[in-house]
Structure formats: structure tokens, C-alpha cells
Design a protein around this ligand. Structure first.
Ligand code: 1HN
Length: 319
């Protein structure tokens, strides 16, 4: 029947859900005793949406996982068509190398692996490091456009100084004759310290969006668009006791509580969150957030892809 294939509004298998970081961390550390990062290629616990068992997706279009790299380990170099983001949740000082440049990672850093970029991870620190991986795997599968290959060494050779891309593209300037190399931002680490400082300064203005508090998107400095071609990343601040007005949009969104605590009512169900907890809001379900302590939320969705393709919609205010 027509209404089954062209529904009057979104009908998703994706359901609202919350994953407690502390529990996931325990399981990850246990996995760390069973298999090395190299044996696993990537040692990750997939955050699978309970409405889509066995499909390795957190939303219909996006993948999420938690990756552990132990001190001394290397996750070997490879590349694939899928874009990846990392959002650092635990540990300090492990690194990732992307296209010949290494970056060190700290709590809350948002790191990009563009499509088809060589990448490997390593941990020279003395603590386990855990980050969230966000990838557009279901998008690549939908288009039957997945390619992948391994590198012939564990680590790719480094050809640029650490910090080179930050200086070159992340200082409100661009090289005078710069030609974009692809669709992703040429900056590949957006350090939390800088993003957080921006929110801290802006909050003094006391200008709050009723649905979002203070919400910023991570941009590609070359064109002002989103930092990634298929995944839209955001960072937002909710002041203490702030309660957002109901909001819904067609981009199912993965949230990570970065600081503070609060609760979110999603499609009528309440979820309490604290630092590092991860939760997902499905497409077109009403959401309201309420901060307890001042809270910072990182989030990502497929909004950038939906906007380019003409699908994206939002509704504010619960009416
Ligand atoms: C991948 O390449 C990474 O590079 C993490 O760290 C998770 C999940 C599925 C396929 C490739 C990474 C992944 C992945």
C-alpha cells in the first residue's frame, strides 16, 4: 500500500536509548584482556540501537562505537570510503595519524578522519584511552559505495609536523592559493579546550535559544559548511537548571554529555545523564533537555546530508 512506502511522517525503527559510560568502560577493559587492538584491527564495542538489533547502527544512517587503545598498542593503518569522527571520553595523550600528520588527543577533542584518508591510532601514554567513533557506515552501505584497504605497515609515515593543519587552516587564515582537497574540513582536531572556551565566553551574553540553549556547529573553515560531508557535529551548553522547549527534527541525533548532568525527555520517556553517558534521539521524536548542573553536550547527526538532499525538517515548540 502507498502509505507503507511513502509515509505521511517519519516511521523509524530507531528508538530512544541511553548507554552508561561507566558500564561500557568496564566491558571495554574486559575486552582489552581478551584481544589486542592489532588483532581486532579496531577494538570497539558497537553502540547498537535496540530497535535495530544486529545492524551495527545507532541511528538508521549512522554508526557509533566505543574504541579502546591500551598503552603501547597500535590500531593499524587503513583507509575506507566512510568518514569517521572521534570524540575523546577517557584517558589523555594517545594519538591518531591522518594523512601523514599526528595529533594528540585529550578529553572532549573532536577529531575527523575524512573519506579515504589513511589513519592509524596509537597510545604512548600510561593510561587506557577510550573514544567514541561516529561513522557514516549505513550511508555508504545504502549507496553500495564502500571501499576499504589496509596499509602495508602498522603505522603510516609522518610527513607533516604535529599541529601543521591547525596552524595552516585553524587560525582564521588559509594559505593564499589553497584548493580544497576533498569535502571534509582540512582541520582534523578541534580541541575541546578551544571550543569550550568559546562557549564560556559566549555564555556571558545570556542569549539562549529556547530549544538549544547555546548550540554551535563545528565548521569547515574553507566554506563555512559542516566539518564533515555526511555527519554534522555540534557542541552546546545548557546553563544550570535550563529547560529547553520541545523540539523535533528529521535528523536522529547521538548525544554525549561532556560535562554536567541533566535529563532529557525523548518521545515521552525520561533519561538521566551524567558525564560521558551517550544517548540517542530518533528522527521526528520530541525532545526536551533539562540541565541540572551547567551541562555541555556534544552531538552528531546526518543533518548535513539531509540538508544537501532536501529532506531536513525541524519543528519547534511542541505544537
Ligand atoms: C574504523 O576504521 C575505526 O579507524 C573505528 O578507528 C571503527 C568501525 C567499522 C569500520 C571501520 C577506526 C570502525 C572502523
Amino acid at each position: 500500500m502507498f502509505a507503507d512506502i511513502i509515509t505521511p511522517e517519519p516511521r523509524s525503527q530507531c528508538v530512544a536509548h541511553l548507554w552508561r559510560f561507566a558500564q561500557a568502560r568496564e566491558w571495554l577493559l574486559e575486552a582489552g584482556e581478551l584481544i589486542t587492538a592489532k588483532e581486532a584491527e579496531r577494538r570497539v564495542l558497537i553502540l547498537e540501537n535496540p530497535g535495530m538489533r544486529g545492524e551495527s547502527r545507532i541511528t538508521t544512517s549512522l554508526y557509533a562505537g566505543l574504541q579502546l587503545v591500551l598503552p603501547g598498542e597500535v590500531a593499524p593503518a587503513h583507509r575506507h570510503s566512510q568518514s569517521a569522527l572521534r570524540f575523546v571520553l577517557d584517558g589523555s595523550g594517545a594519538h591518531t595519524s591522518v594523512n601523514g600528520e599526528r595529533t594528540c588527543m585529550e578529553y572532549g577533542d573532536f577529531v575527523i578522519t575524512p573519506p579515504w584518508a589513511w589513519h592509524d591510532h596509537g597510545n604512548d601514554s600510561d593510561q587506557p584511552m577510550i573514544w567514541m567513533d561516529g561513522l557514516d557506515i549505513p550511508v555508504a552501505s545504502f549507496f553500495d559505495a564502500s571501499f576499504a584497504e589496509g596499509f602495508d605497515a602498522d603505522e603510516q609515515p609522518l610527513s607533516r609536523e604535529t599541529g601543521d593543519s591547525q596552524a595552516r587552516y585553524g587560525a582564521n587564515m588559509l594559505p593564499v592559493d589553497y584548493q580544497p582537497q576533498g569535502l571534509a574540513s582540512p582541520i582534523f582536531n578541534y580541541p575541546y579546550a578551544r571550543s569550550r572556551e568559546a562557549l564560556e565566553k559566549m555564555k556571558q551574553q545570556q542569549e539562549w535559544d529556547p530549544c538549544h540553549g547555546l548550540k554551535m556547529r563545528y565548521v569547515n573553515p574553507v566554506d563555512g559548511g559542516y566539518a564533515m560531508p555526511t555527519i554534522a557535529p555540534f557542541l552546546q551548553l545548557l546553563p544550570r537548571d535550563f529547560k529547553t522547549v520541545p523540539y523535533r527534527s528529521t535528523d536522529a541525533t547521538v548525544y554525549v554529555a561532556t560535562e554536567g548532568s541533566g535529563r532529557s525527555r525523548i518521545d515521552g520517556e525520561e533519561f538521566n545523564w551524567g558525564p560521558r553517558d551517550i544517548f540517542v534521539v530518533p528522527s521526528w521524536k520530541w525532545v526536551e533537555h533539562e540541565a541540572g548542573d551547567e551541562a555541555v553536550l556534544f552531538s552528531y547527526s546526518d543533518r548535513v546530508a539531509q540538508q544537501k538532499l532536501g529532506f531536513w525538517r525541524e519543528q519547534r515548540g511542541g505544537d
